[in-house]
Each structure stands twice: as structure tokens, then as C-alpha cells.
Design a protein around this ligand. Sequence first.
Ligand code: MN
Length: 327
Amino acid sequence: MSSQPRIVRKLLETIREHQTFCVVGHMRPDGDCIGSQLAMTLALRNEGKEAVCWNQDPLPQKYRFLDPERVIESPKRGKAFDCVIATDAATFDRLGTVADCVQDRKVLLNIDHHESNTRYGDVNWVSSRSPSTAELVYRLLRAGRFAITKPMADCLFTGVSTDTGSFQYPTTRPSTYHVAGDLVARGANLALICDEVYQSYPLSRARLLKHIYSTFRLTDDDRIAYFWLKKADFARTGAESADTEGLIDHIRDIEPVIVACVFEELDPERTRISLRSKSHLVNVSSIASEFGGGGHSAAAGATIPGKPLSVQRRVVAAIRRALHHSH
Ligand SMILES: [Mn+2]
């Protein structure tokens, strides 16, 4: 692999120089974050390194099969590491409570694919052309000739699959299929992954979907769609906030809709928004950044202080502006 980018060589050198590692990822981890964190940690352990893996939040139920030995743990204070590796985290703050627990370190590596990434590491591999961080981790491991075991192949395949919407998002490249194909050749268990990730939703999620379908709103000639998830909706349906991943796609996928938005009540004065765009002319990452958030051009989010209705008004207005500028 003589053509490997200099940044990959730099990452591999840094990894080889050090012995103790902590692999971290963003709060409310998704399939890409979990798959990347786990594969990186297992690779380091196979190389004889001491590696722990921390995330602020527990894994959503559908990803627990990836971590039967509970490699991912809650962060602990007072630990020191040679090297901290952050995967799939656009900003250092997105690590949540983990950020405070990894201050004692020699070097911080940042491996990510969010275009809003703030390059907070000492070494930053930020490739916004990559549809998933898992694809970057795969490239790193291959370039370094690390073994990719079956459990690691499951983790990386899950990351590649979930962050491309099962190879549907326009970020999907020919190389994405090559990576996925190689992971299947290395033993990724497609049947298990598809069953656990896509075909085992809890009933609570179905109840939440029923709520969403009966309450979502359309505006601007049906080009903007949005819905609210209030605390009471979670209580009534038995769903957890961690189980909301992908709900917005049901609304995004309606034909006239160009931008979909979910408003999630965190408390009476704080709302989390998730945005999805179906047009390359509408970049929801820049909409989210108007509210202190970020993400990708087709999928982004932010947490916004203020009264719910005022947040809704400001966000819908920002989406409307972006739509008008798109033609
Ligand atoms: Mn990702």
C-alpha cells in the first residue's frame, strides 16, 4: 500500500509509538460510532496494546449484539493514557462526559467524516467524502496490516451499512461496496446484522411511529415536514430517546418532502433538532450550524435553548430560507 495518504501513515506511526489507549466516540452513539469504536479497540488489543473503549451513553438495544463482552464502558475519572482516539465525533464537546475523563493524555487522534469537524485533535483525519467513519477505520486497519477478525468485520459492516442508509445515500461510492464486500469476505455475518439492526424493532418504536404518522406537519407546498417528540410521548409509548434513530426517515421519504425535521423536547427550555435533506441544493449542516450544531449536508442536528414554539418558528424559517436559496 504505497499510495496510502500521509495522514494515514502519521496515524499508524503514532499508534505504534504508544502503549495505552482510550477509544472514544460521540454521545448517543449510532451504528457508525459504535462499530468504529469497537473495531478500533479490538484491533489495538490484538496488537498487544492496552486499550479501553468509552462512551457516555449506553448502546441502543439493536447494537448490543456487536459488544457481547461489553468492551464499551462508561468513562472513569483519574485515568491517564498515552493516546486517545476519537471516532465519528465532529467536536470534542460531542464526547460529552467522556471529554473530561480523557484530559490526561499525550496525544489525541481524531478520525471522522463530518464536514463540520473542528479538527480538535493533535492528528486529524477528517474525510467528509467518506460516507462513514467505519470506512476510514477499515482503511486505517488495512494500511497498518492489522488483523480484521470476524467480530471486527461485523462492527465495521454495521457502521458502513447504517451510515449509508443501507447503501442508499448519495455519499455511497464504489469503494463503499468494495469495503463492504471485503468485510463480508472476512466473515461479517450479514444475516445476523440485518436481523438485529433492521428487523428487530421494539414495539415501543412502532407506537412512536404511529404517533409520528398521525401528528407530523407539512408546510411550504409539502416540501418541509416536521414532527415533535415530547417527553410524554416517550413515557406513553415506552420508547427511549436512544431508539429514535431513523424515525425521521419515514417522513423524509415522502415524495414532495425535501427537508424533514424532528423536534425533541429535552426539557421545557431545550429542544434537540435533527434535520434531513433530500436535495444536494439544501445543506442542512449549515442550517444546523446557525443554531450551534452541525453534521453532514444531508443529515445534521443541534440542541437549541428557548421555548418550544419559538424554536420551531426559528428553525422552520431557517429551513424555508435555505429552500428559497436553492433555486
Ligand atoms: Mn458517522
